[in-house]
Ligand binder design. Structure first.
Ligand code: TRP
Length: 333
């Protein structure tokens, strides 16, 4: 049996280095080894209110970024979730499989709903059921997951299992987490204790995928550091959040381990390390930002790629959904 990967990304603006090293880069790598289906999950996005014009712009923007980073629509299916109605249809069935108790235990719901549980959208509560539908609509077997999505994937497995048991079928696979190499958690360039974020008001805290070589050089030059030279061993980074972040970025961009990078820059001052990091970042990100700019200027082209992706996704989903409806007992033409 071939392994099918499903992964989703929410449409947001201000895509940055953290999005690239944390997720998009893995999408690019996985296309070599798996049958990959990648969704831009706008239906998940609206569990929190989105301005329509912004949502539309962000869907195009994320699609452009993903393609610019190297996801190849010839090899992987890249599509926009709401254009494939099977997601909503299967999610409804899963709303009737998943239990209130399971969803009440989701930590992300508790975090996002905050103190105002009563005022959260119902969609936010059943968000994980839609995510399970995303994966299982294609009988996805593997899902790349960071720490924050592990619990949701567990729930998808529970749903698949309960569906199989309730209907006495061996239909859905139990999707497995895919953990790819050393996790890269990219932190703010201004505060090593905070994640690099699209919503940080300090522009200099992040390297955007749209940044050209001059922006990249300036932001790295101004990045916060400490006064010590770099250690030859990763243990020496233990309580040096900013140094650890820059070394981690270097490691991720060069495909080296943090230990390799420490060995290479043992005793170096930040001035020289930052220069090396700038050269590396410009080499790796320069072509991406150029392609990103080109695609952003041609939204019609990006949309035609998404339309083709949706067509391919529908074809994959159709027989699965048909069988699900048969199993559940719905009438079909
Ligand atoms: N919930 C994921 C996130 O916020 C996005 C997502 C939606 C997803 N559907 C998915 C990820 C299916 C993996 C598989 O990051």
């Amino acid at each position: 049996m071939t392994a099918t990967v499903f992964s989703g990304v929410q449409p947001t603006g201000n895509l940055h280095l953290g999005n690239y090293l944390g997720a998009i880069r893995n999408w690019v790598k996985m296309q070599d080894d798996y049958d990959c289906i990648y969704g831009i999950v706008d239906m998940h996005a609206i569990t929190l209110f989105q301005q329509p014009a912004e949502l539309r712009a962000h869907i195009r923007e994320v699609a452009a970024a993903v393609i610019a980073c190297g996801v190849d629509p010839q090899r992987a299916i890249l599509f926009n979730q709401s254009q494939v109605s099977g997601h909503a249809e299967l999610a409804w069935i899963f709303n009737c499989v998943a239990r209130m108790g399971w969803l009440s235990r989701m930590t992300q719901f508790k975090d996002k709903a905050g103190k105002h549980r009563e005022r959260a959208s119902v969609g936010l509560f059943v968000y994980p059921n839609l995510m399970a539908a995303d994966i299982l609509l294609y009988k996805g077997t593997h899902v790349p997951v960071g720490e924050d999505q592990k619990q949701h994937l567990e729930l998808a497995r529970d749903i698949a299992q309960k569906f199989n048991v309730d209907y006495e079928v061996d239909f859905f696979p139990l999707p497995e987490p895919l953990i790819l190499g050393e996790a890269t958690r990219v932190m703010s360039l201004k505060d090593g204790g905070k994640k690099m974020s699209k919503s940080d008001p300090a522009e200099a805290s992040r390297i955007n995928l749209a940044d050209g070589p001059d922006d990249i050089a300036r932001k790295i030059r101004k990045a916060r550091t400490d006064a010590e030279p770099l250690p030859g061993d990763p243990k020496g980074l233990a309580d040096r959040a900013e140094a650890r972040n820059l070394v981690g970025i270097y490691a991720a961009l060069s495909d080296l381990t943090v230990a390799d990078v420490c060995a290479r820059f043992d005793g170096a001052q930040f001035s020289s390390f930052k220069q090396a990091l700038t050269d590396l970042a410009v080499e790796k990100l320069g072509p991406i930002s150029a392609e990103f700019a080109r695609l952003r200027a041609d939204p019609g082209h990006v949309e035609s790629i998404l339309n083709r992706g949706a067509e391919a996704a529908r074809q994959r989903a159709e027989p699965v959904l048909r069988q699900v409806k048969e199993i559940v007992g719905f009438l079909q033409a």
